[in-house]
Design a protein. Structure first.
Length: 260
């Protein structure tokens, strides 16, 4: 019995090592989708689980960053204008020159840019809701004002039990933040009892586990879907939409949702 247990533990460890190795090879060979490019900026569709750049908070993660991948792809350096969490996919703007970063950051500061996200969350979201709960800054520990507008798109009832219920309910929501605090959307959705599926920090572990076991989906279901703004240097109106990752398409098919 002890031998069997040790073999199972060894096989599990080997499987995890293989998964990590395959993910590493996937990251190293990844080509980043370009949504828009001009003389001053590039806008990309960031994949799940890719850091934008190395940081203190992710000091234990050794995978190639988005900046590394873009340098491999283009041979030049880019400079992020705003943030996306490592586990969040979707639209991200980068400047081609370091001195232009402040010009485009001012769009966010002055609320002259509209960013919308899609999220799959626990439970039925029946009505639009405005969330204005402050969010704590991880560095200063000071709470700062944060605002998110949440709109329901679809709902789905599944005959799959998730503790403590005999079935499970989910919603597709559109999220429009007017502030950009760290983890704001994840914190706000948890605040209104609709945590985002795949969120292992603020979410519901039972629903996360169900998505893993039933759908083979482990990623965070938060996607920066669109960006709308006027380019401040060229005055070009830009409306961009980032296509959804593969696991979203899988879930949409299972849930019979038709969004894009």
């Amino acid at each position: 019995m002890v031998v069997i247990t040790l073999v199972l533990v060894f096989m599990t460890a080997m499987n995890e090592m293989i998964k990590i190795r395959l993910f590493y090879l996937y990251i190293c060979n990844m080509k980043i989708e370009i949504l828009f490019e001009d003389k001053y900026i590039i806008i990309v569709n960031k994949p799940n689980n890719v850091l934008i750049h190395n940081s203190y908070y992710a000091r234990n993660i050794k995978d190639e960053t988005l900046l590394d991948l873009l340098f491999t792809q283009f041979g030049i350096h880019f400079y992020p204008v705003h943030r996306l969490d490592r586990k969040t996919s979707g639209v991200l703007m980068l400047a081609k020159q370091k001195e232009d970063v402040a010009v485009f950051q001012e769009l966010f500061t002055a609320n002259q840019i509209q960013k919308t996200y899609l999220g799959i969350v626990r439970g039925f979201v029946d009505l639009a809701v405005f969330v204005n709960s402050p969010v704590k800054n991880p560095d200063t520990k000071v709470y700062k004002d944060a605002e998110t507008f949440c709109e329901p798109v679809y709902t789905k009832l599944l005959d799959i039990p998730v503790i403590p219920y005999e079935n499970s309910r989910y919603s597709l929501v559109k999220l429009t933040p007017s502030t950009g605090r760290m983890h704001q959307l994840r914190i706000h959705m948890n605040k209104i009892s609709h945590p985002i599926v795949g969120d292992y920090k603020y979410g519901d572990r039972f629903h996360n586990r169900m998505f893993e076991n039933e759908f083979d989906c482990e990623n965070l279901f938060l996607h920066a879907h669109s960006l709308h703004f006027t380019q401040p240097i060229t005055n070009q109106n830009i409306d961009l939409y980032a296509s959804l990752p593969e696991d979203w398409e899988k879930v949409f098919k299972i849930f019979e949702w038709d969004f894009i």
